[in-house]
Design a protein around this ligand. Structure first.
Ligand code: 5GP
Length: 301
């Protein structure tokens, strides 16, 4: 019997462009991951546990060969002993194979290098929360969860988006020096809990604080090694459009938003690096490369 084979549907130019862009982004992500494995910034278990589709498609051999001290031959031997076929991809690893890999690699333990403390600020509407959301899924980063006295917005969860504190709890935390920095913004107080930061940096994670400018200034004072990043819009007009397009603000509220954004933009010169948000993926690649090369350096005073 003959089977009819249908030709694949033709892609439109737009679909082709989208597919090419996605393939480029995935290639870049895989290259960055291999680099991070080589520098000891990531362990292969960070990659295996990550839900990123581009990483799930990587071959296990590729990962192993990137680990310092594991060459091609050693990788082959490890795979064989762990019962993993040479063509196996991360997504296809079974639980017992991961356990076997752990056993094999415990002999090649690499101490993680200390991560970088990154402070990210920028005007409202510039896309900071999209960047933060993306980095939440990146195993090289740990995202700080701030405390605030403002009310939760729809969909926000206590302990996930913020820790929502009463005024008296916030006062008490200031008194006990539990914040690395804190500041007032739009009628509420916001602060970065100090305790987890050192722990994550020691574990080799880059720690990201997404905070307003006054807080960034305070971090600079208490930790001159922190890397201060200012996220800027492609143009002032574009930022204006984004701010005006938000909801159904009154003209007074819109004017206040613009004035605030203007004063925030004026502070950009105080930061170590200004990254223009043309494209979130590219900005993140740049951020990772800055964080990696920044480690151990002392920023400008
Ligand atoms: P929102 O209320 O819109 O979530 O945040 C308002 C502003 O507070 C944003 O600019 C955000 O970056 C900033 N912010 C959030 N957490 C902190 C923090 O822990 N410290 C400081 N100084 N600012 C914060």
């Amino acid at each position: 019997m003959q089977h009819q084979i249908n030709p694949p549907p033709a892609l439109t130019a737009e679909e082709r462009a989208r597919a090419t862009a996605a393939a480029t982004a995935a290639r870049r992500e895989r290259a960055a991951t291999k680099q991070a494995l080589a520098s000891g910034e990531l362990s292969i278990f960070d990659v295996i546990n990550s839900a990123r589709p581009a990483l799930q498609k990587m071959r296990v051999t590729e990962l192993l060969e990137s680990v310092p001290g594991v060459g091609k031959l050693r990788a082959e031997a490890i795979m064989e002993r762990a019962g993993i076929s040479p063509t196996r991809r991360v997504a296809g690893l079974g639980r017992l194979q991961v356990v076997a890999l752990r056993g094999e690699l415990s002999m090649t333990k690499v101490e993680p290098k200390r991560g970088t403390l990154i402070v990210m600020s920028g005007p409202g509407g510039v896309g900071k929360s999209t960047i933060t959301r993306e980095l939440r899924n990146d195993p090289r980063f740990w995202i700080s969860i701030s405390g605030t006295t403002r009310d939760p917005r729809a969909g926000e969860r206590d302990g996930v988006d913020y820790f929502f504190y009463t005024d008296s709890k916030f006062d008490q935390m200031i008194e006990n020096s539990e914040f690395l920095e804190w500041a007032e913004f739009a009628g509420a107080r916001y602060g970065t809990p100090q305790a987890p930061i050192e722990e994550w940096l020691t574990l080799g994670k880059h720690v990201l604080l997404e905070i307003e400018i006054e807080g960034a200034r305070q971090v600079r004072k208490v930790d001159p090694e922190a890397m201060l990043i200012f996220v800027a819009p492609p143009s002032w007009d574009e930022l204006k459009l984004r701010l005006m397009g938000r909801g159904t603000d009154s003209p007074e509220r819109q004017a206040a938003r613009l004035a605030l954004a203007e004063s925030e933009m004026a502070a950009s010169g105080e930061f170590d690096h200004i990254l223009v948000n043309h494209h979130v993926g590219e900005l993140i690649t740049e951020l990772v490369s800055l964080a990696t090369s920044h480690r151990g350096e002392v920023g400008p005073s």
